[in-house]
Design a protein around this ligand. Structure first.
Ligand SMILES: [Zn+2]
Ligand SMILES: [Zn+2]
Length: 256
């Protein structure tokens, strides 16, 4: 099949960006060897995000267990009570506000390696501190971790899928299997940014398909960078349940 010129350009653009990232990552790796590790936000020696900087990130007080909406008191939000969401739980680390929003954008659209290092540390933190909302309060124990996939066309444009990178970190820190191929985005969807709740649902309806092995009786954790109305996550829950998933939870860095 002939490739449209615009796609080909996108492909090469994405590829060169990927190589730039690899080169910068190599340089960073070398830097790590020469200088002790430091906090990516305040540059003090220590872990990739120090405890002080982490505490200053935009908090989500009393998040609703199924949509992560911050509430004045803990419990399920009125919207989730009226219309129980498709996801069994949504674990979100922080609110989508400064500086996390800028870091996520810098990583997603600029492949910023410093942002990547910070977000990796933060998503691992979410995965290890989140608790099951099924009444057990246990640490997360999914059977399989999946990234929200990009459509192949978008992947060629961008050169990488930020959700896949985050999912890889989550799977590793939880010691769980990662599946990056089973869930496919079969339809190109326009940006969700300017759309309202209903329009977002329509935009992602039928956008996903499951092509992997049966998920019968399995607990699935889907990882993405940001959840806004949860429309994207909800759209893929249906196909995962059809594939047999017993429980489907979402994990995101930030809730918008
Ligand atoms: Zn710091
Ligand atoms: Zn809710």
């Amino acid at each position: 099949m002939p490739v449209e010129p615009s796609l080909q350009q996108g492909f090469h653009h994405g590829r060169s960006r990927l190589w730039t990232r690899r080169l910068v990552a190599w340089g960073e790796g070398l830097g790590e060897c020469l200088y002790p590790s430091h906090c990516g936000l305040c540059l003090q020696p220590g872990p990739p995000v120090c405890a002080g900087c982490r505490e200053e990130l935009p908090q989500l007080p009393a998040p609703c267990p199924t949509c992560a909406l911050p509430l004045p008191v803990s419990g399920v939000c009125p919207e989730c009570l009226r219309h129980p969401p498709a996801l069994d739980a949504l674990h979100a680390g922080w609110a989508y506000a400064w500086p996390l929003d800028q870091l996520i954008l810098a990583y997603k659209h600029g492949a910023d390696v410093r942002a990547e290092r910070i977000l990796a540390a933060l998503v691992e933190r979410v995965a290890t501190t989140a608790r099951e909302t099924d009444g057990t309060e246990q640490p997360l124990r999914p059977d399989v971790v999946l990234p929200v996939p990009l459509h192949p066309e978008r992947l060629r444009e961008r050169g990488f899928n930020q959700s896949e990178y985050l999912a890889r970190r989550v799977a590793r820190v939880l010691g769980v299997v990662l599946d990056c191929d089973g869930l496919r985005r079969i339809r190109v969807t326009g940006s969700q940014q300017a759309l309202g709740r209903q329009a977002r649902r329509r935009n992602v309806k039928g956008a996903f398909a499951w092509t992997g092995p049966s998920l019968t009786g399995r607990r699935v954790l889907v990882v993405d960078d940001v959840a806004t109305t949860g429309a994207t996550l909800s759209a893929l829950v249906g196909v995962l349940r059809q594939a047999g998933a017993e429980r489907v939870e979402g994990l995101v860095l930030a809730r918008a």
